[in-house]
Design a binder for this molecule. Structure first.
Ligand code: ZN
Length: 177
């Protein structure tokens, strides 16, 4: 079965699907700044890749994919490329590439693009901002650089895949089929 994506406008950006717009609305809810398709990349093998979102303040790239869309090869390659050109994984400045999925039961669903990653969203105890973090690597806030266990005041400050509420973009411009 193929599900046709319905384009949708959100905050002045023409997005390819309602799912992309919903993720933009979810990022907005958590006050995470995003850029939509800010650049096209030429991968090593000459393949073009257009990442869906860049989260500029936290050095995260995100690719929105359907529930069972396994076509994430470009995102995986992009993560490898960033690891080659960046520092090692223990450097909190390491850029992350995450896959954003449709919500399950009203909660946000995501995954990493490298086997060793354990991607969570944290709410920093120091600066109170939400950010993606590789829990398997450095525990350091990508905004204020606070590190170690001090960035978590409460167990509830760590949101695992499926623990964070998902928010939908308003549908006022929906056209009749
Ligand atoms: Zn912080």
């Amino acid at each position: 079965m193929t599900i046709q994506a319905i384009p949708m406008r959100y905050k002045g950006e023409q997005m390819r699907s309602t799912l992309e717009a919903d993720w933009a609305a979810t990022l907005d809810h958590y006050q995470i700044a995003w850029e939509y398709e800010p650049l096209a990349l030429n991968m090593d093998d000459g393949i073009k890749y257009l990442p869906d979102f860049h989260l500029p303040h936290q050095r995260v790239w995100a690719e929105v994919k359907g529930p069972s869309d396994d076509n994430i090869g470009k995102a995986i390659e992009f993560q490898k490329l960033l690891e080659r050109t960046d520092a090692h994984k223990w450097d909190f400045e390491q850029q992350l590439v995450v896959i954003l999925r449709p919500s399950r039961g009203g909660m946000a669903v995501w995954e990493g693009t490298a086997y060793a990653q354990d991607i969570v969203v944290i709410r920093c105890a120091n600066c109170d901002r939400f950010a993606f973090m590789d829990y398997a690597a450095t525990w350091k806030c990508r905004f204020c650089h606070m590190d170690g266990k001090q960035i978590f005041n409460h167990p509830g400050d760590i949101f695992r895949n499926g623990d964070l509420e998902f928010h939908r973009a308003p549908r006022q411009h929906r056209r009749a089929a």
